[in-house]
Every structure is written in structure tokens, then in C-alpha cells.
Design a protein around this ligand. Structure first.
Ligand code: PA5
Length: 364
């Protein structure tokens, strides 16, 4: 029996992240209901553009939504991972303030600027300063999120409200059918990839095993570009290994050259994971194939992974769940506790030794 299958398999998962994915459908329903219930006072016709401010696990939710809806979104939208808001954000910008903890300093600094600019703000948070101080003082509508999770394990709790809010404010077309299909896809993925499915029948456990001792290089394109970034982050935070994400077609214009000079000790550890989906542009499909031919001699292994599902949101969440499970199983195989993120906590602790204050006035 595989060490990923026995009763002891999850012993090193101190925060229960693997079992936690099993609650995703309930999390999905809770998040959808909370976002549908929040009062939104902004008329859709007022909104000229959209910014989502957040970092890490709270920002990738918006990238994934943008990936899923990139062809159907009706307003320009950017994800801001910064202390400063870009100059174009103003009174007609819908600013979604996304911080699971509600205490992330970049997001809080951006929040104070959004409020100063009278932007149309909505917060998604489990509490912290974002959940109490700003809304109470400034009347910011808040989508409440259940506390007690690691931000990256609360992805659906942060992502579903983004979809619902953008749908309600007509930035996206009606999202009801997409959400229903995505919910089914999530349930199916858990049934196929969850910890009770033995490795012999479980593609996530098999992929994790094949990645032991490697540095994953994850490539996406179009809808799968942000999924590659999510996979990278999950390998970093859950398995505590280096991993890198890139996107086609851009990487064909620069990164591809670096493989020619890949030191053999690095190449013998590199595992290239190509995240594909059948609707990608015909030239993108060719690029995946042709670039693979050129790069394969310089890396240890290449795997091509294709999204399941009909709708874009379902495809995105299908691949996200696969990456989440793979990174967690890899942690277990490596004897690593996937839960705690000590490096992030240490850094945040050091930064908290001094205050960060409100944003300084922008330089002219
Ligand atoms: O996964 C993590 O813990 C981080 O990437 C956090 O999401 C990031 O530091 C931002 O914190 P928060 O999501 O609480 O705003």
C-alpha cells in the first residue's frame, strides 16, 4: 500500500488542509449565499472600471476570475498587489478589497487610498482591520468570510464572492449557470482526487509522486495562466519547494532561450508542467507542442495536463483543485507539514515591529 493511502497518511498535515478540501462544496455554498446577501448600493451603470486589491492567496482569486471571464468581462479590471493604487482609480471605480485576514498592510494601505478617492468599495474578509475599522467608519459593504483558515485554503471563500459581486454589478454576464456547473465540477474533483482514493486510481497522488525531488516549472496560457500561478504558490506554501510559473505565448519570446544554457544539475531537477485546455488558440496549441519539443531535452520530465469541464469557471476550478491536491500530497511524500507557513509569518512579524501608517501623498 502507498504511504499516501494508509490511515497514517495525513498524520503530518497538522492543520487538516487535505481533509479541508473535502468541505469545498459547503464552503462554496456559504460563500455564494454571503455574497448574494450583502447589500450593494452602487448602480451598475456608475461603474467604469474595476480594481481588486489584495495579496497572495487573496489576490489569486481575482486572477482566476479574470482568467475564466477574460472573453466575457464587460469592464476593464486589474488586480493591484501594491501599497499604491494606480492613478486611474477614482470615483467610478469598483474597488474590491480582498484580504482573508483583514490585516495585510498592502491591502489596508490601498484601502485608505480607495476611500480617500471615494471609490465604490466592497470588502471581502474574515475580519481584522478591514472587517471592522474601515467598514464601520466608512460604510464599506463587507462580504463576511468564515475565520480560522489559512488564506490559501480559503480560496473558494474568497473567489466565489468576487464572481457573485461582479455578476450582481453587471461587470460579468449572469453567473448563475457558471456557478452551478463549477459546484458540480468541484464535487467530482474531490471524489476523484481526495485522500480516500488510493494512489493506484488517483491522478493527483500519482502526479505528486512523479514530482518528488523536482523543481516544477508550470506553464499556462489564456485561462490557465493564473492557474499556473496558483500551482506555483501552492507548491511554495504547501510543499515548501521552489516552483516557477510562466505563460505562453510570452515565454516563447524570451524564457525559451534560457533552456539552451540550463546547467545540467538544474535541468535534471526541472519538471515542466503544461496546463492546457481544448479551447486555447490554435497557435497556442501549436506553441505548447513545438516549445515542448525544443525544451524537453533540457529538463527531467514534461507532463501535459488538460482541464475538465465545459464552462470556463468550472475548468479553472477543476485544475485549481488538482494543483491543490498535488502540492499537498507532495508535502506528505516529502515528510513536510503543509499547513504552517513559517517564512511568511516571520516576515510579517518583522514588518509589524514598525507601523506602516496611512499612505503618503503620491509624489507629483
Ligand atoms: O497564503 C498566504 O498565507 C498568503 O499568500 C496570504 O494570502 C497573503 O499574505 C495575504 O494575506 P491575506 O490573504 O490574509 O490578506
Amino acid at each position: 500500500m502507498s504511504e499516501l493511502d494508509g490511515p497514517e497518511a495525513l498524520a503530518s498535515d497538522s492543520l487538516g488542509l487535505v481533509r479541508g478540501i473535502g468541505d469545498s462544496v459547503a464552503a462554496f455554498d456559504e460563500a455564494r449565499a454571503a455574497a448574494e446577501a450583502v447589500e450593494l448600493i452602487y448602480p451598475p451603470s456608475e461603474i467604469s472600471d474595476v480594481a481588486l486589491c489584495g495579496m497572495g492567496g487573496s489576490a489569486i482569486a481575482a486572477d482566476l476570475v479574470l482568467g475564466a471571464y477574460r472573453e466575457r468581462i464587460r469592464r476593464p479590471m486589474s488586480v493591484v498587489r501594491d501599497y499604491f493604487l494606480p492613478g486611474w482609480i477614482g470615483e467610478r471605480t469598483l474597488v474590491v478589497l480582498s484580504s482573508y485576514s483583514g490585516g495585510t498592510e498592502e491591502t489596508l494601505t490601498a484601502t485608505s487610498q480607495a476611500i480617500d478617492r471615494n471609490a465604490l468599495t466592497v470588502a471581502i474578509t474574515s475580519g481584522g482591520k478591514l472587517g471592522t475599522h474601515y467598514p464601520v467608519e466608512e460604510g464599506v459593504p463587507v462580504v463576511p468570510v468564515a475565520p480560522g483558515f489559512q488564506p490559501r485554503a480559503a480560496l473558494l471563500r474568497m473567489l466565489i464572492p468576487v464572481v457573485v459581486i461582479l455578476g450582481r454589478l453587471e461587470v460579468l454576464p449572469p453567473v448563475g449557470d457558471d456557478l452551478d456547473e463549477a459546484r458540480q465540477t468541484i464535487a467530482a474533483a474531490i471524489a476523484t482526487l481526495g485522500p480516500d482514493v488510493p494512489e493506484s486510481e488517483n491522478p493527483a497522488k500519482q502526479l505528486a509522486r512523479s514530482l518528488q525531488g523536482t523543481v516544477p516549472l508550470i506553464w499556462g496560457s489564456e485561462l490557465t495562466t493564473p492557474i499556473a500561478v496558483r500551482w506555483k504558490g501552492q507548491f511554495n506554501e504547501n510543499a515548501k519547494i521552489p516552483a516557477y510559473a510562466s505563460a505562453l505565448p510570452e515565454l516563447d519570446h524570451n524564457e525559451i532561450c534560457g533552456f539552451a544554457g540550463m546547467p545540467s544539475e538544474l535541468g535534471s531537477r526541472a519538471a515542466l508542467l503544461m496546463l492546457r485546455e481544448p479551447r486555447q488558440h490554435r497557435q497556442v496549441q501549436r506553441r505548447f507542442d513545438l516549445t515542448r519539443e525544443l525544451v524537453e531535452p533540457h529538463v527531467a520530465k514534461v507532463a501535459s495536463i488538460t482541464a475538465d469541464g465545459t464552462g470556463a469557471l468550472a475548468k479553472v476550478l477543476d485544475l485549481v483543485l488538482l494543483g491543490d491536491y498535488v502540492s499537498l500530497y507532495l508535502a506528505l511524500l516529502n515528510g513536510v507539514d503543509p499547513g504552517p507557513v513559517e517564512m511568511i509569518e516571520r516576515l510579517k512579524g518583522r514588518l509589524a515591529e514598525t507601523g506602516y501608517g496611512r499612505a503618503p501623498a503620491p509624489s507629483s
